[in-house]
Design a protein around this ligand. Structure first.
Ligand code: NAI
Length: 248
């Protein structure tokens, strides 16, 4: 992909240690951006993104802790000198039918996926505004659009992420800050690796493209939303699902 105009841009990526977040880090570096990561599984460097990604510092922290998120964003800006792109990939799932979810399981998913997104958006907007604008990309899911069996906490949290992105976009647009979400379908990452083969096969059959997605394919869509190529795009939710969930 040429001409993304991300060269030299300063970016902060959560969930940088695995899956889609690691792929975003790798693609940003390929495009010449400068990146600081954030992950509770941080071992000091992003993994899974090739040799260049291992050069990126990943701050250890938990997105459910608002102070840790705010401090990490400040540290990233101090390290990079400015901040223009924030991509929030950290998330978890914990599937069970709704009547079998206890409070702790429900809260862990909603706190990570929805409260975590709130913590990132709230801390990032003033920093991007100070630069005259920027782009925030949140990760929802097609389950946040249509729900899904065994996915009540996850789907509810991701529906909230979409509404959060739209509301924050309405509020921050006047400052040149864009806020968008992507809604991936079933993507092959460590998150989905332990799902039953029957679920995997159902997702593959649902995809108009006849296959499951890869982390790098979601990363490419995220890079479009992070880049100036999408400068008139805000408050949207872009499905990246190979046609698994058409009609939403
Ligand atoms: P993954 O499990 O490979 O990576 C998630 C990363 O988030 C891990 O590095 C983990 O350590 C980090 N993380 C989790 N909780 C955290 C916390 N409290 N604080 C800081 N870091 C935390 O998963 P994957 O697939 O890369 O998922 C990335 C995002 O994409 C998630 O938001 C997920 O919900 C979303 N997504 C994934 C889909 C898939 O099929 N893989 C489909 C739709 C959405």
């Amino acid at each position: 992909m040429a001409g993304l105009e991300l060269s030299g841009k300063a970016a902060f990526v959560t969930g940088a240690a695995s899956g889609i977040g690691a792929a975003v880090v790798a693609r940003l570096l390929e495009e010449g951006a400068r990146v600081v990561g954030f992950d509770r599984a941080a071992s000091g460097a992003a993994s899974g993104g090739g040799s260049s990604a291992s050069a990126v510092r990943v701050i250890a922290g938990d997105v459910t802790k608002s102070a840790e998120v705010a401090a990490a964003l400040q540290a990233a800006r101090a390290e990079l000198g400015r901040l223009e792109v924030v991509v929030h990939c950290a998330g978890v799932t914990d599937d069970a039918v709704v009547w079998k979810l206890d409070d702790a399981r429900w809260r862990r998913v909603v706190e990570t996926n929805l409260d975590g997104s709130f913590h990132v958006v709230r801390a990032a907007i003033p920093l991007l505004r100070a630069e005259g604008g920027g782009s925030i990309v949140l990760i929802a899911s097609i389950l946040g659009l249509r729900g899904g069996f065994g996915s009540s906490s996850y789907a509810a949290s991701k529906a909230g992420v979409i509404a959060l992105a739209k509301s924050a976009a309405a509020e921050a647009g006047a400052f040149g800050v864009r806020v968008n979400a992507v809604a991936p379908g079933y993507i092959q990452t460590p998150m989905t690796a332990s799902l039953p083969p029957a679920i995997t096969e159902m997702a593959r059959q649902a995809a108009a493209l006849g296959r499951l997605g890869e982390a790098g394919e979601v990363a490419d869509a995220i890079l479009f939303l992070a880049s100036p190529l999408s400068r008139y795009v805000t408050g949207t939710c872009l499905r990246v699902d190979g046609g698994q969930c058409m009609g939403y």
